[in-house]
Ligand binder design. Structure first.
Ligand code: FE2
Length: 335
């Protein structure tokens, strides 16, 4: 009997030692390639569970101690903060991640990739001079009356952007800014980030606000010839270059409190943060690396990554102030 228990314990440990259960809200083909590379290198099988962040969060919460999830990998610091505030993560040893900017991590999760929420324009309609010093704050100016395309207020990227503005400028100024900004919408917000870039390409809007990698994705041709041609008419511009820098967000990951394979989870995070993996993120999903001095493939993504990033506030703040931001957005009439 004892022998049997010992053997089954051995087997139990053995099976745990060789796998990792990854819960992810990301949906890029390139990610799976990377996960396979991790398996080839370590022998650790990666079981991927994909879904929207709220769905994954709910499942992990409901399964509690029985949850087999090891890592939660989410797009947007706000989504990570939401899971953090529900107590889903275990603490990370910050020393292990001190090569990553402090503003992109906290005790519970670490930034894996970076993205910028920026402005796009059509140089045939709007001159570079008109926008070269543009700030997020300027997007509320009367000059841009009915000129801006942006998605809805329920979009987490927008909520994070407004949360950052709230943190920088305070509530009173943000309310005023929102009122002006909403008046400048070219249409009632709808569609995804790429749809906003298409509005600018077709001349229906002068400016679009969208995440940097969507533009690169369109240019790559992965989304079809029509989107590629449209993106070729459009140029990216990074706001607030003369001041605090452009709004930066992350995809990030944390290890779950009841993770059955914590050692494997640590190895996996280390792997995602190697130069080689970071380069894959840059080239496949067109995001920016969280490593300093790591530049993306400029030919493929056509984005200058030598821009000033806003690291003056921690991305954690986006999560902390997102609800507050959303209330103000709705009040200003941002649907
Ligand atoms: Fe996205």
């Amino acid at each position: 009997m004892l022998k049997f228990i010992f053997l089954s314990l051995l087997f139990y440990n053995y099976s745990l030692a060789d796998e990792l259960n990854l819960f992810t809200s990301r949906h890029y083909e390139g990610d799976n390639m990377l996960f396979n590379q991790f398996t080839d290198k370590t022998g650790i099988k990666v079981n991927v569970v994909s879904g929207k962040s709220k769905v994954l969060e709910k499942r992990i919460l409901e399964e509690g101690e029985k949850s087999k999830a090891d890592i939660l990998f989410l797009a947007d610091a706000g989504a990570l903060y939401s899971s953090q505030s529900k107590g889903l993560f275990t603490k990370l040893d910050q020393k292990r991640y001190n090569f990553i900017s402090k503003s992109l991590r906290n005790d519970y999760w670490v930034g894996i990739t970076k993205r910028a929420r920026i402005v796009f324009y059509n140089p045939n309609v709007t001159s570079v001079n008109e926008i070269k010093d543009i700030t997020y704050e300027n997007l509320a100016d009367k000059k841009w009356d009915k000129a801006i395309a942006i998605r809805q207020s329920n979009n987490i990227y927008n909520q994070s952007l407004v949360a950052s503005i709230l943190e920088h400028n305070g509530e009173r100024k943000t309310k005023k800014w929102l009122n002006g900004f909403v008046k400048n919408f070219a249409r009632s917000p709808q569609g995804n980030d790429r749809a906003q870039i298409l509005m600018v390409a077709s001349g229906k809007a002068k400016l679009a606000v969208a995440n940097s990698y969507y533009y690169s994705l369109m240019l790559s041709g992965i989304k079809g010839d029509k989107q590629k041609k449209a993106a070729e008419k459009v140029l990216p511009h990074f706001p607030n270059q003369n001041g605090r820098g452009t709004h930066i967000n992350i995809s990030g990951a944390g290890i779950l409190k009841f993770s059955p394979n914590k050692e494997n989870a640590l190895k996996f995070l280390d792997f995602l943060l190697t130069e080689k993996s970071q380069l894959e993120f840059c080239n496949n999903s067109f995001e920016f690396s969280v490593l300093d001095n790591m530049k993306s493939n400029k030919i493929r993504n056509n984005l200058n990554d030598n821009f000033k990033e806003d690291h003056s506030i921690d991305v954690t703040v986006y999560g902390k102030r997102q609800k507050e931001a959303y209330v103000l957005m709705k009040k200003a009439g941002w649907n």
